[in-house]
Write a protein that binds this ligand. Structure first.
Ligand SMILES: Cc1cc2nc3c(=O)[nH]c(=O)nc-3n(C[C@H](O)[C@H](O)[C@H](O)COP(=O)(O)O)c2cc1C
Length: 323
């Protein structure tokens, strides 16, 4: 399938694997890229820029296809050394960067000069327009359904995507709730040029996370995510567990007085414990409502081939026969 996104990134299928903390290691990115999609290494999961440079080199040894790096701009106290992460990406010869969080304007000139394409993840039309105006090449439009940070506007993709299509000139992919060929066709119909998936890619054979995480996604339904940290205006969609319910109880009890320090036990340092150790109840970790559509653990190639075959079948069979 040829879309503005496959052309922009030089990939076979319009399917991107979004950056995921403690999931987006070289193994994950290479598996997606080898299957014809765009795999993405999560930059900040690498503790130092040198670690990121090594991770990029490891990925390059596993695939000769294009892959990207995610650079998330966090509202954190101890800011990562972003200029050195940017340098590691450029010197590593990576040609696609997925930015997320705050406005990436400060890093754009460096990427532009090095010929790196930038796709910025946005949760609203206004942020997408901003990304376009500062020179991003594409946006990933993340609807309310998404795993991770859906922003504070709560607009689901059935509205957000066609709104983005009404306003944007640069290409965009649909992110949040994407799982299969039906998602891809729906996204294309709503104006997107492809899809970005997070949660669905965790339940694959190559995802370098503990088996218990994959089983938790299979066991979860579309009713099992919760929104946490809303009072801090840092909303995150996570899979529910006892720690998450405890966190929500604190939010209810403290109301407007809630501080980040009050919930540190439920949110800090959770990812390695969940993804590496398999302690899925360790705290709050991102998960999309799309968990309800995850029923198996295919390889990335099986998943991507299945999406493309199902999309083709929908076009020729289901839609074709309606004419
Ligand atoms: C476990 C997990 C960790 C994530 N970590 C990040 C991250 O570090 N940076 C980022 O930009 N997005 C992150 N995301 C968001 C994904 O890149 C993607 O936008 C989102 O998962 C799309 O929604 P979906 O889960 O419904 O497919 C994360 C998502 C998940 C599920």
């Amino acid at each position: 399938m040829k879309t503005r996104i496959t052309e922009l990134f030089g990939i076979e299928h319009p399917i991107i694997q979004g950056g995921m903390h403690y999931v987006g290691f070289a193994e994950m990115a290479a598996a997606v890229s080898n299957a014809g999609g765009l795999g993405i290494i999560t930059g900040l999961t690498q503790k130092t820029p040198t670690d990121l440079a090594n991770e990029i080199a490891r990925c390059r040894a596993m695939t000769d296809k294009p892959f990207g790096v995610n650079l998330t701009f966090l509202p954190s106290v101890n800011q990562p050394d972003y200029p050195r992460y940017v340098r590691a990406i450029i010197e590593g010869g990576v040609k696609v960067v997925e930015t997320a969080g705050n406005n990436p304007v400060a890093v754009l000139p460096f990427f532009k000069e090095a010929g790196v394409k930038v796709i910025h993840k946005c949760t609203s039309v206004r942020h997408s327009l901003k990304a376009q105006s500062i020179g991003c090449d594409a946006v990933s439009v993340d609807g309310f359904e998404c795993g991770g940070h859906p922003g504070e506007d709560d607009v689901p993709n059935f509205i957000l995507l066609p709104r983005a299509a009404e306003e944007l000139d640069i290409p965009f992919v649909a992110s949040g709730g994407m799982a299969d060929g039906r998602s891809l066709i729906a996204a294309l119909a709503l104006g997107a040029e492809g899809i970005n998936m997070g949660t669905r890619f965790i339940a694959t054979k190559e995802a370098p996370v503990h088996e218990k995480v994959k089983q938790a996604l299979i066991a979860a339904s579309e009713l099992d995510t919760r929104l946490v940290m809303r009072p801090l205006r840092n909303t995150e969609r996570v899979l529910t567990n006892a720690a998450v319910e405890r966190l929500l109880e604190k939010e209810r009890a403290l109301g407007a007085d809630l501080q980040f320090e009050d919930i540190i036990a439920e949110v800090a340092g959770v990812y390695p414990r969940v993804m590496t150790d398999g302690d899925v109840d360790a705290g709050a970790w991102s998960c999309g409502m799309v968990a309800g559509l995850i029923h198996d653990i295919p390889t990335c190639k099986e998943l991507i081939d299945r999406i493309m075959n199902q999309a083709e079948e929908i076009i020729t069979e289901r839609l074709g026969k309606m004419r």
